[in-house]
Design a protein around this ligand. Sequence first.
Ligand code: PNS
Length: 161
Amino acid sequence: MKLGLYPGSFDPITFGHTNVIERGLNVVDRLVIGVAINVQKRTLFTPEERVELIREAIPDSRVEVASFEGLLVDYARSQGADVILRGLRGVADFEFEFQMAQMNRRLGKGVETVFLMTGQEHFYVSSQLVREVASFGGNVHGLVPENVEKALLKRFEEQKK
Ligand code: PNS
């Protein structure tokens, strides 16, 4: 029984992420999606909202969604994760991911990082771009799950008031 931990900010979850989750479930038996709480980073959605959006978008009994604070490797250990899963979209992601994986290996003692290439139809999708496009009223249909699309519309409507 292999347990994977898929960490991220997920602000919000995109089809790039759901693609990694789907394919990750071919590699591990169960997946914990860890929504990182970073008080220094301003996010569009609260950790609770981000967790809820993922839960709604991924109704799969093999997937558990939770938020965590502190070091990723400590959370991975507390969950008994065998591997940390990350998606790679291309060379632009590589440098940061390589640094993080090396640091986590140093800190983590035993938790391996496994990279999955994001499906090519999702290569250009990022939470940051989705937020930006949606903030200017652009169409993000097909880039994020439907519940996220609705939540984005609502959040930017609220911000206009
Ligand atoms: O979706 P993101 O923003 O690329 O995810 C980055 C994340 C949350 C995986 C990373 O910032 C992280 O692991 N944060 C937890 C704190 C930590 O362990 N930092 C050291 C990583 S080397």
